[in-house]
Design a protein around this ligand. Structure first.
Ligand code: KIV
Ligand code: NA
Length: 270
C-alpha cells in the first residue's frame, strides 16, 4: 500500500461533505505506529508526548529535539498514514520565518509530510507563509493546550457567544490561510458543527462533534492507560489493568523461581 498524501486527505472533503471520515490517532514510538498505521489515515506525533511519554506537567516544555526524535520513529514505523508532527510551544509563534526554520527542520529530520500548530487569526500569516513554501500545515483551534497558562486550564471553549464567535473567526482565518486540515479541540458541540460547515478543509474533532470530517484521540487515552481522562475521551480498552496484572504475574514468577522455565534457558548440547 502506498502512503497517503496531504492532497488526498484534503480532497476527502468535497463541497462541504466527507463521505469517508478521517481516522487519526497520536503515536510517539515506532512499534505503536506500526500497530496503528493500517487502521489510520493520519498519525499525529502530538506534543501531548510531553505528558504522555515524559511525565511533564503540560506540553509547554516540549522541545524540537523531542518532536524530531519521536517524529522520525513514527515515520520509520509507518508506511500508509500521513504523519503530522506538532510544532512545540516557542518554536513558531514569533514570526513566519521562525516557524519556517522549525518546520523545515522537522520535515528534514523526520520524513513527516506535515506539521501542526496551535492558534487562529494570529497564526494565519504563518500558515500562509509555510503553505506557500512547501510545508503543509494542520491548524488547531478551540482548546489549545500550549496556551494553558493564558487560558487558565483545559476546560471546554466556546461557552459564551463571544468566545464561540472568536473561535469560529479563528477557524475561518486558518482555513483561508490554507491549512489542509483543522483540529478542533474541546469546544461546545454546536460550535464544532458550525466550524465544520464554515470551512472548506476537513475538520478533525477531539471533544468537538461527531459531525467533524474526522476524529483524533491521544492513543494512551484511547487505550485506557490513564485513570483520569477528559470527558471527550472514550477508553476503548483497559490496557493499564492488563499491564499491572502482567507485571504482577512476572514479579510472582521471579519470586517463586518459576521463571525462567526450561523453555527460556540455554543448555549445552550433550
Ligand atoms: O498533542 C496532541 O496529541 C494533539 C491532539 C490531542 C490533537 O494536539
Ligand atoms: Na498537540
Amino acid at each position: 500500500m502506498k502512503r497517503l498524501t496531504v492532497p488526498a486527505i484534503r480532497a476527502r472533503k468535497v463541497d462541504g461533505a466527507t463521505a469517508d471520515p478521517i481516522v487519526m490517532l497520536t503515536a510517539y514510538t515506532a512499534r505503536m505506529a506500526q500497530l496503528l498505521d493500517p487502521h489510520c489515515d493520519m498519525l499525529l506525533v502530538g506534543d501531548s508526548l510531553g505528558q504522555v511519554v515524559y511525565g511533564l506537567p503540560s506540553s509547554v516544555p516540549v522541545t524540537l529535539d523531542m518532536m524530531c526524535a519521536h517524529g522520525a520513529a513514527v515515520v520509520r514505523g509507518s508506511y500508509h498514514s500521513v504523519v503530522v508532527v506538532d510544532m512545540p510551544f516557542g518554536t513558531y509563534e514569533q514570526s513566519p520565518e521562525q516557524a519556517f526554520a522549525s518546520a523545515a527542520r522537522i520535515l528534514k529530520e523526520t520524513g513527516a509530510a506535515a506539521v501542526k500548530l496551535e492558534g487562529g487569526e494570529a497564526m494565519a500569516e504563518t500558515i500562509a507563509f509555510l503553505s506557500a513554501r512547501g510545508i503543509p500545515v494542520c491548524a488547531h483551534v478551540g482548546l489549545t493546550p500550549q496556551a494553558v497558562n493564558a487560558l487558565g486550564g483545559y476546560g471546554a471553549r466556546g461557552r459564551s457567544e463571544a468566545e464561540a464567535d472568536k473561535i469560529l473567526a479563528d477557524a475561518r482565518a486558518v482555513a483561508d490561510a490554507g491549512c489542509f486540515a483543522l483540529v478542533i479541540e474541546g469546544v461546545m458541540e454546536p460550535l464544532g458543527v458550525a466550524i465544520t460547515q464554515a470551512v472548506a478543509c476537513p475538520t478533525i474533532g477531539i471533544g468537538a462533534s461527531a459531525q467533524c470530517d474526522g476524529q483524533v484521540l491521544v492513543i494512551d487515552d484511547m487505550l485506557g492507560m490513564f485513570e483520569r481522562v477528559p470527558r471527550f475521551v472514550k477508553r476503548f480498552a483497559n490496557v493499564a489493568d492488563t499491564i499491572s496484572a502482567t507485571a504482577a504475574q512476572y514479579a510472582q514468577a521471579v519470586r517463586d523461581r518459576s521463571f525462567p522455565g526450561e523453555e527460556q534457558v540455554y543448555r549445552p548440547k550433550k
